[in-house]
Design a protein around this ligand. Structure first.
Ligand code: FES
Length: 107
């Protein structure tokens, strides 16, 4: 792990605007999203029934789960649409050169 606690998970060129990608941080599967050139990271596992959010639809800053349509903010991880009713964790993200770095979950 990098000294700052941030780990490279992807490079900027891998993820065009409006796209998402599953990345690994240790044992954790995360959903990395590019919203208008800003990168956000939330847990990739839907709190309803473990759907992979990175395989869902990204609409602005909201992702729709591919299984049953729950909606989460990729910025905060907040659940904003049913059937899920619990939020997912959100992680700090930062850019270093061409690298997308992810840090620990925000508290
Ligand atoms: S698993 Fe995500 S809405 Fe059901």
């Amino acid at each position: 792990m990098a000294e700052s606690g941030f780990v490279k998970v992807a490079e900027i060129g891998e993820l065009p605007h409006g796209q998402m990608k599953q990345v690994q941080l240790g044992q954790e599967e995360l959903c990395l999203a590019n919203v208008d050139g800003s990168f956000y990271v939330i847990a990739d596992t839907c709190t309803h029934s473990m759907g992979p959010l990175s395989k869902g639809q990204l609409d602005g800053e909201q992702v729709e789960c591919p299984l049953h349509g729950a909606i989460f903010s990729v910025i905060t991880g907040e659940c904003v649409g049913p059937p899920a009713d619990e939020s997912v964790s959100a992680h700090e993200g930062r850019i270093s050169g061409q690298d997308i770095m992810v840090g620990p979950a925000k508290s």
